[in-house]
Design a protein. Structure first.
Length: 200
């Protein structure tokens, strides 16, 4: 893996556990698995994670911020997702996803989105289902155990770890701004990974 093509150093990726998967792997995720560790944990291929983050950053930057919805049911993702929304101007929903948010115009919380980013297809099943019903593309952080049916763009990653989620959303925010032309240089991105990390 060449260092210059990485968004952050390989060491930083590894330290944050972005590549540490679950002990269960789905058939869908086989192609993103690098190896299985002695303790039975599946290790995700960091090069593929990195490549998909680059693609996701380009894809998201093509949408208006208000047309992007980012969702997370998992508590460790609340802060990274909210911060991502704040930094990029996208809309975000953390915690319970109210049924009908994307499908029922009568609802107070109804909103129209053109693309959705889900933190975990398993936990965010309600949001995923509605996105599919209204026919918008789904980008998802997928761990070794996730099924990728109906996911248009898979970002293979540890979608449960506190540090891992912070790193993923931090990188993605930086990529989106860079692709939009809002950042001339990565050095101009003044947020730290800690800014995105859930407090214990």
């Amino acid at each position: 893996m060449s260092a210059e093509s990485l968004l952050i150093s390989e060491e930083e990726y590894q330290k944050s556990g972005v590549h540490i998967g679950t002990q269960v792997k789905s058939k869908d995720m086989e192609k993103y698995i690098f190896k299985i560790r002695n303790d039975g944990l599946y290790i995700l291929d960091l090069k593929k994670t990195n490549d998909m983050l680059v693609i996701a950053g380009k894809m998201l930057s093509r949408f208006k911020p208000e047309d992007i919805l980012v969702v997370a049911q998992r508590q460790y993702a609340f802060r990274p997702v909210s911060k991502f929304g704040e930094v990029t101007g996208c809309r975000s929903i953390t915690g319970r996803f109210v049924p009908g948010t994307l499908t029922n115009p009568q609802l107070d919380r109804y909103l129209e989105a053109k693309v959705i980013l889900v933190t975990d297809p398993l936990a965010d099943i309600q949001a995923m289902g509605e996105a599919i019903r209204v026919g918008i593309p789904v980008i998802a952080l997928c761990d070794a155990n996730n099924k990728t049916t109906n996911v248009d763009l898979v970002i293979p990653s540890n979608n449960k770890g506190r540090r891992s989620l912070a790193v993923i959303y931090w990188i993605l925010a930086r990529e989106v701004l860079k692709n939009r032309g809002a950042l001339k240089d990565y050095a101009d991105f003044h947020f730290t990974i800690e800014d995105f990390e859930a407090q214990v």
